[in-house]
Design a protein around this ligand. Structure first.
Ligand code: APR
Ligand code: ZN
Length: 261
C-alpha cells in the first residue's frame, strides 16, 4: 500500500479508537467485492442504464414489466458479505461503531453480522403490493416473476408488486432517516465507505455529522464531493482497506478489546 495511504490508515485507526462514538455510512461500493455492481463512476450501472427507466416510481407505475425484467437480469440474490462487511462487524464488536447507516438494499451488513443497520433506501428482500399492501418474501415473487413477468399480487391479483426499496421519486422511510440523523449528530467519527455521496437526503448524513463536529473518514474507489471536508481520505477498495484499518487497531489495542470501556 502507498506510504500516503499508510499514514491515512493509521490516522483512521486512531480516530476510530480515540472517539469510540463511531458511525459507518455505506453505499454500493461496499458490496462491489460481493459481486453487486455500483451505480456511478467507472463501470457503474447508471453509465449503462437510464435510472429513470429502471428505478423511478413513475416509470414503475407506467410499466412494471420493465422494472421486473431488469430485476430478473440484474438481481444478485446469492451475494455473500465480503471482508469490508466483516471489518465493520469487527469494529462494532470492539465498541467503535454504534451502527451502520446504509444506502444499500442487499442486506449484506445484516448477513455479515452487523447488529444495528439502518436501511435508508429500504430492503430488496421483501415485496409489497401497492394495491392491497400485502407483503411477500422477494424470493417467492422472483419465482413468480420467472414464470410470468411482471408478477401479479398473490393476494389481490394487483399488477403493482414492488420491492420494498426506495425508488427515485419516493420519500425515504421517515423513522430510518430520523434515526440516522440523530446518530449522525451524536457521532464523533463517521466512516464513509463506497459511496459517491451524490444522492440526497442520504448524502446529507455525513454532512450533518460534520456540522456537529464529527471527523469524516472516506474510503472510496474514486474521489467524492466530500473529500475536502474529510480528515482522512483513502482511495482504494473497501474489501482491502477496511481490514487494514482493523489490523492497525488490533496492533495498537490487541485482539480482545471489546466495546466495554
Ligand atoms: N471499494 C470502494 N469503493 C468502491 C468500490 C470498492 N470495491 N467499487 C466502487 N466503489 C465506489 C465507486 O467509485 C463510487 O464512487 O463506490 C461508489 C458508489 O457510488 P454509487 O454507485 O453512486 O452508489 P451510492 O453512493 O450508494 O448511491 C446512492 O443512488 O442510485 C441510487 O438508490 C441508489 O442507494 C443508491 C444511491
Ligand atoms: Zn395485492
Amino acid at each position: 500500500m502507498r506510504t500516503a495511504a499508510k499514514d491515512q490508515l493509521l490516522m483512521a485507526a486512531s480516530l476510530l479508537e480515540r472517539t469510540r462514538v463511531g458511525l459507518a455510512f455505506t453505499g454500493a461500493g461496499v458490496s462491489v467485492e460481493s459481486g453487486i455492481p455500483h451505480f456511478r463512476g467507472n463501470g457503474g450501472l447508471w453509465t449503462k442504464f437510464d435510472p429513470y427507466k429502471v428505478a423511478h416510481i413513475e416509470t414503475f407505475r407506467k410499466n412494471p414489466a420493465e422494472y421486473w425484467t431488469y430485476s430478473l437480469n440484474h438481481r444478485r440474490s446469492d451475494a455473500e458479505p465480503n471482508p469490508a462487511h466483516r471489518a465493520l462487524v469487527e469494529l462494532e464488536r470492539r465498541g467503535l461503531l454504534r451502527a451502520v447507516v446504509t444506502q444499500n438494499t442487499d442486506g449484506l451488513h445484516q448477513k455479515a453480522g452487523s447488529g444495528r443497520v439502518i436501511e435508508l433506501h429500504g430492503s430488496s428482500h421483501s415485496v409489497v403490493c401497492l394495491d392491497c399492501e400485502a407483503k411477500f418474501p422477494r424470493d417467492e415473487i422472483d419465482r413468480l416473476n420467472r414464470q410470468h413477468c411482471p408478477p401479479s399480487c398473490p393476494a389481490c391479483g394487483g399488477r403493482f408488486l414492488k420491492p420494498t426499496v426506495v425508488l427515485f421519486g419516493e420519500a425515504l422511510p421517515e423513522a430510518q432517516l430520523r434515526s440516522a440523523q440523530s446518530l449522525a449528530m451524536a457521532a464523533g467519527v463517521v466512516l464513509v465507505v463506497g459511496s459517491s455521496l451524490q444522492v440526497y437526503p442520504a448524502a446529507g448524513i455525513p454532512r450533518l455529522a460534520r456540522e456537529h463536529g464529527a471527523d469524516i473518514i472516506i474510503v472510496n474507489a474514486e474521489p467524492t464531493p466530500f473529500d475536502e471536508m474529510a480528515a482522512v481520505v483513502i482511495h482504494g477498495k473497501a474489501g482491502e482497506v477496511l481490514p487494514e484499518i482493523v489490523s492497525r487497531i488490533e496492533a495498537d489495542y490487541g485482539a480482545s478489546a471489546t466495546g466495554n470501556v
